[in-house]
Unconditional design. Structure first.
Length: 306
């Protein structure tokens, strides 16, 4: 079976590696154009492009999915188009281009959490179980029938990064067999349950803002887990944006705050919430490095006093 792969992200590149190591043939890769590095300033390929290049697989990096790109793809001979976090909406002609099917791996149990942030949404909503959906692609947003689900338990300590790693591993272990079963007609797509549809909300830099004393403790914990890495969690104090890089989830109890929203105890920074408190273990001031609450107690004790 011949596969044309479309993806760009790091997780997508790991799934591509598993396909390359499997029994099916990846005949080409579609990925986002090279982007200029913020650190080095030079153009750098996507994670998926890098994997394709290392394995001598043809790479297509169209700026637009236009007629020129269409003519290149239509010359190819492939059975499956597999899409994993490519980053662009695909036109109908591309979805119809494989001889067998266009397949997408979506990181939720559809129809829950259609859209671009299913992992974050599962954590924000305190789900106990999530998974991946191997879905037939249609023109609508994640609306296609599903061939197979693979479930994943969510642990209390999971954050966006760790949960994404688990789901990527789940996809990598199963996708080669799943595609073969689809190709051989051993799996039939089943329409999604129309009664339990939900969509992901858009996440941007402002999503990570918390007003500590106006939000519930558990809600803050869930946001910290969901926005871990990007956009991260932060609060504003005295016109400064302070990022939270660690929360002690083991300390979760009501605490007395005397005319203040913060206080240090045993070199830990306690922050008042609407129903108790959180303990911030690591934080970052604008233009500074990440510091522990112990360092904050030594250097910024007066800052956290009214």
């Amino acid at each position: 079976m011949k596969i044309l792969y479309a993806g760009s992200s790091h997780s997508s590149s790991l799934i591509l590696e598993s396909l390359i190591a499997g029994r099916n043939e990846v005949i080409g890769v579609i990925s986002q154009p090279d982007r200029r590095s913020k650190r080095r300033g030079a153009l750098e390929p996507s994670y998926v492009s890098s994997v394709a290049e290392k394995n001598n697989i043809a790479i297509y990096k169209p700026l637009a999915l236009d007629e020129n790109f269409k003519q290149q793809i239509l010359k190819l001979n492939f059975d499956i188009l597999l899409v994993v976090a490519y980053g662009k909406i695909l036109p109908a002609w591309l979805l119809k281009s494989p001889s067998k099917e266009s397949i997408n791996i979506h990181y939720s149990l559809l129809p829950k959490y259609r859209g671009a942030s299913p992992i974050q949404s599962a954590l924000l909503n305190d789900e106990e179980v999530t998974g991946i959906s191997v879905m037939k692609m249609t023109h609508g947003l994640d609306e296609g029938p599903v061939y197979i689900f693979h479930k994943q338990k969510i642990c209390d300590k999971d954050n966006k990064n760790t949960l994404e790693e688990k789901l990527t591993s789940l996809a990598s272990k199963n996708i080669d067999k799943d595609l073969s079963d689809i190709y051989l007609g051993k799996l039939a797509p089943i329409e999604q349950d129309s009664k339990n549809i939900s969509y992901c909300k858009k996440i941007d830099k402002l999503s990570g803002k918390v007003i500590l004393d106006q939000e519930e403790t558990n809600s803050i914990f869930r946001k910290y887990r969901a926005y871990y890495g990007w956009p991260g969690l932060y609060f504003e104090l005295k016109d400064l944006k302070i990022k939270i890089h660690g929360i002690d989830v083991n300390i979760h109890k009501n605490t007395e705050f005397v005319n203040n929203k913060f206080y240090f105890q045993d070199s830990l920074l306690y922050a008042k919430t609407i129903d108790g408190s959180i303990v911030i273990t690591h934080l970052q001031f604008p233009g500074k490095g990440i510091i522990s609450s112990n360092d904050a107690a030594n250097s910024y004790a007066d800052f956290f006093k009214h």
